[in-house]
Design a protein around this ligand. Structure first.
Ligand code: GLN
Length: 212
């Protein structure tokens, strides 16, 4: 099974290595035709304004919207979370309006612009997730169809899912954390082959079972 990583800018290599480490074939997505044959897509961290410009320049906006609307799993991390939000605080135009949330960019201010912590993310089991935040966004409004997957101790929302779209404020790929990629791989297998995907869960190298 193949999962794409939008490879225009940002923390691309780290996602490619994480996918490889769990037995998924990574595909660097730079052109619309790179979306053919993949069963999921990761939008990495970086700078959302740069990603916005490059997505427009390479005519990727409509093809990625269509790919997401087809039900394929999408994972946005950090800047990737910003680009999948329907609303960006301050009024910037959304890039891929897929997730009914409002995000605030650089929500931790200058004094705390990068930090590491452990978070509980019940969908991944009891072991906390090592979360690295780098000039990270926060979700300040969660729409009705959106499930909260993780919060900071002060209750601010840092991970959500709406159907096939997952967005997280932090960088699992920089912390050696593979369970989020495994979750996306499980969703991608179910998307690619609905029955076999479920039947295969637990036996594939990327399946969550062992990792939890
Ligand atoms: N601060 C960046 C932005 O606003 C996101 C940072 C990141 O992806 N690590 O786009």
């Amino acid at each position: 099974m193949k999962i794409g990583v939008l490879a225009l800018h940002g923390a691309v290599i780290e996602h490619i290595q994480t996918l490889r480490s769990i037995g998924v074939e990574p595909v660097a997505v730079r052109l619309p035709e790179d979306l053919e044959g993949i069963s999921g897509l990761i939008l990495p961290g970086g700078e959302s304004t740069t990603m916005r410009k490059l997505v427009a320049r390479w005519n990727l906006r409509e093809p990625i919207m269509a790919f997401a609307r087809s039900g394929a799993p999408i994972l946005g991390t950090c800047a990737g979370m910003i680009v999948v939000a329907k609303e960006i605080a301050g009024g910037e135009e959304p890039v891929f309006p897929l997730l009914d949330v409002t995000v605030e960019r650089n929500a931790f201010g200058r004094q705390l612009d990068s930090f590491e912590t452990e978070l509980l993310m019940p969908i991944l089991g009891d072991r906390p997730v090592r979360a690295i935040f780098i000039r990270a966004p926060i979700i300040e409004r969660v729409g009705p169809g959106v499930e909260v997957l993780a919060r900071l101790p002060d209750q601010r929302v840092v991970a959500v899912r709406q159907r096939n779209v997952i967005a997280i404020s932090f960088h699992p790929e920089l912390a050696g954390e593979t369970r989020i990629h495994r979750l996306v791989a499980t969703m991608a297998a179910e998307f690619a082959e609905p029955r076999e995907g479920i039947a295969a869960a637990g036996t594939e190298p990327w399946s969550l079972g062992e990792a939890m």
